[in-house]
Design a protein around this ligand. Structure first.
Ligand SMILES: [Zn+2]
Length: 463
C-alpha cells in the first residue's frame, strides 16, 4: 500500500471511530478472556455415534475450554471440547451460539473436538432424520446438547467481564516420547496396511514396526500480559484413546494430562487440542490396559511441561483472521449411495447403529448438495499461525502446513467440522486406505492444499 493510500485509510478509520486517538495505529490493543464448562454426557448416552455400549459410568469429566481474543476487530473465539465429533447442523449451532455470546460472526468462532471415543458425536441433521423414523435421542440427547451450548455461551459472556490485556504471545514446542505412531505399516509380505489400531501395542509385530509418519512435537501457543502468562494452548497430533467401548466416559489420556497440567499451573488456563491425526494413534505404545492410560497421560504431561519451558515470547502486534471455503465432495461410492442409506434408515429390522450410520451419511450428503462449504479458518499472529482443519485430517496436512511456512510457528488443530470423517492424503488413497468412517474421496488433497495456501501463505500485495 502506498503512503497516500495508507494516510487515506488512517483518516477514514479515525473518522468512523474505529481507532482510538490515544492508541497508535500500529499498536493495536488486545484482550483475552477464557472459560471452561463441564459438558459430560449423562448416563445411557450414545458414545462415538455408533458404539453399541452407551455411557455406564463417568471416569472423569468432559470439558469445553476456550478463549475470546478481543481487539479493534470483531472478537475471535476458540473452544476445544472433550467430545468425539461435532457435525453439520450441530457444528453451526455451536458456532452461532458462541458468536452471539461474543458479538462476532460464525466464521470467527473456531470449534474443535478432541475426539475421545467414549464421548458423543453430535449432528443435528442426522438427529432430525433419526427422529423422523422413531429413533430420537439414539445418536445424542438434543436437550443436553442445547444446554451445553447455552452453558458455554453464558460462561463465555461472563468471562468477558474479566478479560485481561494481552501484550505478548509465547511459542514453545517439545518432542513427546512414545505416544504417536501412524496406522500405516508395511507387513512382512511387503503389503501396506493401515491396520495398526489405537491399542495395538500388545501385538509384537505392530509394536515393533517403526512409528511411521507423525509430527513428534507438541506445540504450545500462549498469551501473556507482560510477564504474566494467561493461557497455554497445546496441540499434539494423535488420536486420544487408550481404551474405549466399555461405556466408561473419560477425557482420556490427553484430557487427564491437561487436567494435571492445570493443577500444576492453576493461574494459567490450559487448553489441549488434538492436531491433524486421522492416521495417528498411540497404537505402537498402547496395549489398551489401565497402566497404558496412565503412562500415556504422563508422557503428554511431560511434553506439555517441556514445551512450556521452551516457550519464548514476542510482542503481540496482530491477530489477522482469514477464512476460505473448502469444497470437499461427498464420497459417493456404493456403500454411501443416498438411496441405499435411505433404505437402511427406514428399515425397522436393521440394527440401530446401522440406521444411525445411514442418517449420518444422508445428513452429510444433503449438506454438500445444499452447497454449504466447510469454513477453513486461520489466525495469523505474525510469528505464529493457528489453523483449524476439518474432520480427521491426516497428519500429512499438518506437516504440509509447516512446510508452507518453514519460517513460522504453525499450530495445527484437527477435528473442526467433522462430517468428512477421515480426510486422507493422496498417498494414503494410493495405498488403498479405506474405512467406514470416511465420507470424502480420493482427490480431497487438492482442495485441502489450495485452502491451506489461501489462508496460510502471505498475500502478495500489488503496488
Ligand atoms: Zn478417529
Amino acid at each position: 500500500m502506498k503512503f497516500f493510500q495508507y494516510l487515506f485509510v488512517a483518516v477514514v478509520c479515525t473518522t468512523f471511530g474505529q481507532l482510538n486517538f490515544t492508541q497508535a495505529a500500529d499498536e493495536p490493543e488486545f484482550q483475552l478472556a477464557s472459560f471452561s464448562v463441564d459438558v459430560t454426557i449423562p448416563l445411557n448416552h450414545r458414545c462415538m455415534g455408533l458404539l453399541p455400549t452407551k455411557s455406564k459410568t463417568i471416569a472423569d469429566s468432559l470439558e469445553a475450554i476456550g478463549f475470546v481474543l478481543l481487539s479493534s476487530e470483531k472478537p475471535l473465539v476458540y473452544v476445544a471440547i472433550d467430545w468425539c465429533e461435532i457435525r453439520n447442523g450441530a457444528y453451526d449451532q455451536w458456532r452461532d451460539g458462541l458468536a452471539a455470546a461474543a458479538g462476532t460472526t460464525r466464521e470467527r468462532v473456531l470449534v474443535s473436538s478432541l475426539h475421545q471415543h467414549d464421548a458423543p458425536v453430535t449432528d443435528a441433521d442426522a438427529e432430525k432424520l433419526l427422529e423422523e423414523v422413531g429413533l430420537k435421542g439414539e445418536l445424542y440427547d438434543e436437550t443436553f446438547h442445547q444446554q451445553c451450548i447455552q452453558n458455554v455461551s453464558a460462561a463465555l459472556q461472563e468471562s468477558l467481564k474479566t478479560a485481561s490485556p494481552v501484550t505478548h504471545i509465547g511459542m514453545g514446542k517439545a518432542k513427546v516420547e512414545k505416544v504417536a505412531s501412524n496406522r500405516r505399516i508395511i507387513m512382512s509380505s511387503g503389503a501396506v496396511s493401515f491396520g495398526r489400531g489405537s491399542a495395538s501395542g500388545g501385538k509384537n509385530y505392530l509394536a515393533e514396526a517403526p512409528e511411521g509418519e507423525i509430527d513428534p512435537y507438541l506445540w504450545t501457543l500462549s498469551f501473556w500480559n507482560n510477564e504474566t502468562p494467561l493461557l497455554a494452548l497445546h496441540s499434539y497430533a494423535t488420536h486420544p484413546m487408550s481404551y474405549y467401548g466399555k461405556g466408561e466416559v473419560t477425557s482420556d489420556f490427553v484430557g487427564l494430562a491437561r487436567k494435571a497440567m492445570q493443577k500444576k499451573h492453576p493461574n494459567i488456563k490450559q487448553i489441549y487440542a488434538s492436531g491433524c491425526s486421522g492416521d495417528v494413534t498411540a497404537g505402537k505404545f498402547n496395549d489398551g490396559s489401565k497402566q497404558s492410560r496412565i503412562d500415556l497421560t504422563n508422557r503428554i504431561l511431560a511434553g506439555m511441561e517441556k514445551s512450556w519451558k521452551a516457550t519464548k515470547k514476542q510482542p503481540l502486534t496482530q491477530a489477522k483472521f482469514s477464512n476460505t471455503k473448502l469444497d470437499l465432495k461427498y464420497y459417493d461410492h456404493a456403500g454411501l449411495q443416498p438411496k441405499r442409506l435411505r433404505t437402511i434408515l427406514d428399515d425397522k429390522s436393521a440394527r440401530t447403529e446401522d440406521r444411525i450410520y445411514a442418517a449420518m451419511g444422508l445428513a452429510s450428503y444433503a449438506r454438500v448438495k445444499s452447497g454449504q462449504l466447510i469454513d477453513f479458518p486461520c489466525v495469523d499472529f505474525g510469528p505464529a499461525q493457528l489453523v483449524l482443519f476439518p474432520g480427521e485430517s491426516f497428519v500429512g496436512y499438518q506437516l504440509m502446513a509447516q512446510q508452507m511456512r518453514p519460517d513460522s510457528f504453525v499450530l495445527s488443530i484437527g477435528y473442526g467440522e467433522c462430517w468428512p470423517g477421515y480426510v486422507p492424503t493422496n498417498s494414503a488413497f494410493a495405498d488403498n486406505f479405506q474405512d467406514k468412517w470416511l465420507w470424502v474421496g480420493p482427490g480431497s488433497e487438492n482442495q485441502m492444499r489450495e485452502a491451506l495456501q489461501e489462508v496460510l501463505l502471505p498475500k502478495v500485495v500489488e503496488e
